[in-house]
Every structure is written in C-alpha cells, then in structure tokens.
Write a protein that binds this ligand. Structure first.
Ligand SMILES: [Zn+2]
Length: 418
C-alpha cells in the first residue's frame, strides 16, 4: 500500500515536533565513566520517551537500570503469527562536541547559499561540507546555532521511530506484525549495547543510526587489537656497547617497517590498515597498542602473520630482546551474519525504494551496535536517519529526511507481513 498525502504530512509534522524537543534534552555520554549509562542525564530523555510510548498505546514499556527503554507494539488483527521485527536508536550524543543547550534552527526554503551561524560568525555550512545540500535546495534544513552539535545522531532516529509508532497508532489501515522498540544508552562510547536484554528484542532488528537519505549499511570492519611488549636491557650508556638492548628505540624501528600505505590516513572505502595508537617506554621496556582493521578477515590474518614474522626477525637481529604480542579479536564484519538471512537487507532496500529514494549501500569503516547485536544472533542492518556531518557543530538534517525514514519503517513493517 502506498502512503497517502495525509499520512506523509502526519509523519513529517509528528517527527519534526518530536525531534525539536529531543535535541534540546542534554544526553552526552562520557567515555571516562565506566557505569551504564555513563551519564545520568541519559535517563531524562528515556523518561520522556516512556511517557510518549504510553500515549501511543505501546505495551510492556520498561525503563531499566542501565537506561534502556524497551516497548512492544502488538500486531494488527490477523497478523499475530507474522515475523516480529525491531527498531533501535541510541539516546546519547557524542562528547566530541558540546551537546548541552542545543537550540535547533530551521532554515526555511534553503537556497544554496552558505548557512551562517548566530553563535559563531566564523562558521558556515556550504556545498563543500556536503554535496547533498545541492539536492536540498527549496527544502527546510535544521542546524544548531553553531556552538553545539545538533544531535540528529541519533535523536533523528528516535523521532523517526516514534513518528512511525504514532502513525501505526492513528491509522488502522497501516498493518504490521509484532514490533519491538529499543532506545539504548552509550552507543557513542561503544559500551551501551553490551547491557541490552536480547530477550526484549526481535531476532530481526534495524538500527536507525545512519547518515544521508537512502543509506543502508550492513557491513563493518573485522577488527583486531594488538598489544605489544618489547623487553630490552638497560645499561649505563657509557658502558653500553654490545650490551644495551634499547627497547623503545627498537620498537620505533619495528613499527617503521609497516607499509605506510596501510594506515588510516592513506586508506578509504574498502581498504584496511594498521593503526598504531600508542607507543611509550624506555630502554628497558616499551609497550604499544595497535588497531588492525579490514573488511576481509583474511587480510587481517595476513597483517597478523606479518607482525609475527617481524617479531621473529627482530628477536634474531637483537639477541636478548623479547617481544610479546597479544592479539584480541574485537568484532567481526556483520556481513558474515547478515549473509545467512539476506532477506533482512532485501526488504530494507525495497522499503527505501518504495519511499521514492535511491538506495545507497555503504560499508562502515568502524564498528556499530548492529555488529555486536548480529554477533549475538540479532541480525541488525543500519538504516539512514538523514542527518549528516555527525559529531560536528555543522551537523544538519533536512526535515524531509524525518518523514522519509519514518516511511521506510512503515513500508518495512508492511513487507514483513507479506
Ligand atoms: Zn549514532
């Protein structure tokens, strides 16, 4: 069923009103705090959502000690036996930019000129920042005042899910199966989703946490962490000849052997890398930390083998030197799990097309909550929110995105009951 003008208008008005309200609620997470949620303020947004979910007649609404909000939307009559699906978005915003006292500004009828900011006269948003702005001429764009991020990541995702729930509540003709909703804390510090109760989710879920309109993500890095210890031998430098084994000196030589082309600053798209994030120590001992990333696990295995062979070469070259390398697998490319249930992706593509959009498949050069959930048996691709330039004072979203993402959810629910 195609969505009527009335429903589309309802969606944009509902999502916009909610979005403007959510972004004003401060919910920055903090990676230095190890509790979940890392910041108590995330409960504030959660509390509001609980009230709104009640108004929309969802059931089993829970706000737990970790800050998760769960809710259940019972199926339309006659669709009780259809596949349950779930929608997730995160409550927190990134700490990399101030997220307190966000004041959203709607720039009506954007004409392509640079958007200027009231709170920072040096800052402007132009076509250089996002080529997509060209397509949004004549539409409304929401930004911050230039002194904070906007928080479309991921309050746009929350508003879009809530608007879909509001539409399911209001329009009986929008049929759907059982739907599970979850708003989670601390996505930005990578720790929230570990505390999720997967019994309160469906086996098939979608996160709404992507970027530009039409985007669909179901692949992320295969990720390893390597921790190094170089054990040398310190001797008074005046008597050191043929005796000193300078661990920090040798370690820096060791890492200079890695191909420069395989570093984050020289790679893009599907290329992988070694990323040395820390090297410290003295002549006696040095330690280092490295991230190893690729979409293909075989390529990461090749990098691990190379580091092992370098270790052997260096221990031979410097007798008495001892190198320990501890490799930990951090997360797997979620495509490995999604391939087993490709319908999850196929229906998402269909829904995006039904909403009149071009599907933009994008590989995530990082991790995602969906990767952790997929590893735990919940197949979870990521759908666009329509926001762009996340974690920046230039973050923006065209208002049409709020409607389009909500439409995609409604089409998805329809396709899953067929
Ligand atoms: Zn996000």
């Amino acid at each position: 069923m195609e969505l009527t003008k009335e429903i589309q208008e309802f969606l944009i008005n509902d999502a916009l009103e909610r979005f403007l309200c959510y972004v004003k609620i401060w919910s920055t997470s903090d990676q230095n705090i190890k509790t979940t949620p890392s910041t108590k303020i995330q409960f504030d947004l959660g509390k509001l959502l609980v009230e709104e979910l009640k108004e929309l007649n969802l059931e089993n609404i829970i706000h737990d000690e970790y800050g998760f909000v769960y809710a259940y939307l019972p199926p339309s009559k006659g669709f009780e036996k259809t596949q349950p699906i779930g929608f997730l978005a995160h409550l927190d915003t990134s700490e990399s930019v101030n997220g307190k006292d966000v004041k959203p500004i709607i720039h009506k009828n954007y004409n392509g000129d640079p958007i200027l900011y009231e709170k920072d006269s040096e800052l402007s948003l132009t076509l250089h920042d996002s080529a997509n702005l060209e397509k949004y001429k004549g539409l409304d764009i929401i930004t911050s005042q230039g002194d904070t991020l906007l928080g479309a990541d991921d309050k746009a995702g929350i508003a879009e899910i809530m608007a879909a729930c509001a539409a399911w509540n209001k329009f009986d003709e929008l049929k759907h199966g059982p739907i599970y909703i979850c708003f989670s804390p601390d996505e930005e510090i990578g720790l929230g989703i570990q505390k999720v109760d997967i019994k309160k989710l469906a086996e098939i879920c979608y996160t709404l946490d992507g970027g530009e309109i039409g985007e669909l993500e179901y692949e992320c890095f295969d990720a390893w962490l390597a921790l190094f210890k170089f054990k040398g031998l310190n001797i008074h430098p005046g008597y050191a000849k043929n005796k000193m084994i300078n661990a920090i000196q040798i370690a820096s030589r060791f890492f200079s052997e890695l191909p420069e082309a395989e570093s984050p600053e020289h790679t893009e798209e599907r290329e992988g890398y070694y990323h040395l994030t820390k090297l410290e120590g003295k002549a006696e001992e040095a330690t280092a930390r490295m991230l190893i990333r690729d979409f293909e696990s075989e390529n990461n295995q090749r990098r691990i083998n190379y580091l092992e062979s370098l270790k052997q070469t260096y221990e031979l070259r410097y007798p008495g030197l001892n190198i320990e390398i501890d490799f930990t697998h951090q997360y797997l490319n979620m495509l490995r799990y999604i391939e087993k249930n490709i319908k999850v992706v196929e229906l998402a593509k269909k829904s995006i097309k039904k909403a009149g959009l071009e599907v933009k498949i994008h590989s995530i050069r990082g991790g995602t909550d969906g990767a952790q959930l997929s590893a735990r048996g919940i197949t979870t691709p990521n759908i666009f929110t329509g926001g762009e330039l996340f974690h920046s004072r230039k973050e923006f979203i065209p208002t049409i995105a709020l409607q389009k993402a909500a439409e995609v959810l409604i089409y998805l629910a329809q396709l899953w009951i067929k």
